[in-house]
Design a protein around this ligand. Sequence first.
Ligand code: ZN
Length: 170
Amino acid sequence: MEFEFFRYPEKFAYKVTEPKPCSICGREELCFDAGGYSGINDIDCICTSCLKAGALIDLEIEPNMNFDDGSEAAETITYKTPALPTWQDIGWPMVDGQFPVFECIASAEDFLDKNDFLNSFLEEDQTKEEIEWLWDRLPQKKLNHYNEGGDISVYLFSLNGKKYWIWDAN
Ligand SMILES: [Zn+2]
C-alpha cells in the first residue's frame, strides 16, 4: 500500500486532472490537488513522494484533521496522507484509540446486508436508528472513483479486519 491509511488514492483522493509540476519539488506527475488542504501556507499540488516524505510538515499544511494524540500515526494522517474526499470538514475517525484505514466511498456491495451496514456504523453523535435510512440511499454498485458518488457519501474504513463507516452530505 502506497499510503498506510489510504487504500486507493488513485480512485478516492483528489488529484489534478492532468500531469502538473509538484509545487514543492517540481516533478511532473498526476499530483494530489492541494487546493483544499488547510494550513498557514497554500500550494497548488503535491506529488506522491513529497506527500509521503512529510514535506507538508514544515509548511504547516494539513490535508486531514484528526484527534492529535501526538502519535506517529496521527502525524502521518495529518501531514502525509491524501485528504479524505469528504463534503464537509470531517476529522479522521478513531476506534478504541486507533486510526482505521480509509478504504473507499461505500456502496451497498461493500456490505453483506443492511444489518452488516448498520452494525459497522461508527456511532459518535448519531445512533444506528437515526441513520437507518442511509441504506436505501447507498449507490448499488461499487464505486471506482469519488466522482461516481452522489450528494450523500458513506466513508468506509477498516481496522483489524472490521468495517467502520461515517458519512456526510453535500
Ligand atoms: Zn514533489
